[in-house]
Design a binder for this molecule. Sequence first.
Ligand SMILES: [Zn+2]
Length: 188
Amino acid sequence: MQPESQKHWKYCSQCGQTVQPGAKYCANCGEALQERYVGGYASPNLIRVKKSEDPRARTSRRVDSIRGYAIYVTDKRLFGMRTGGQAKAFVSEFAFGILSPVRGKREATKPIRELENERDVEVHAQDVTAIRIKAPSTVGQLFLAPTGHMKIETEAGEVLQLLSTYNRDIEELRKLMEAFKPEALRID
Ligand SMILES: [Zn+2]
């Protein structure tokens, strides 16, 4: 099995041309075709909010939320996926009798193939126009309100909005986004 760094693309991510299997560079535009895994962060406290895709949904149901989320980045793409962290988060909250944050974790490595299979969202770095990050407010943390956020925007619009009550989640995401696309980072 070939290592992930040797993974080849069927289509050039830069110009969309079909590329020869095993090619290191796109014959059309010269883009490097190999992709490198950078890192990830998963937390049961991260919440993805999105507008419902069901046009028949009533006003009160137009926002879906997923609790327990993870972000992984390569040098070309960002992947978002659910972690199934909800059950774990509730267990921990009730086990201790208080609402305390469940620790998120940095992921050392994750095969790119796995990211492609488990993704909920995928964004190419070249399409990202802004990554907006806001640290949670002190009052928000006190009242367990998810006031911290990370929003990823492309020219087509917002593609990903994550919320968290906890500073640690937002701080880890900020570090990850600095590795992903620092020139797009905006601290709100
Ligand atoms: Zn190309």
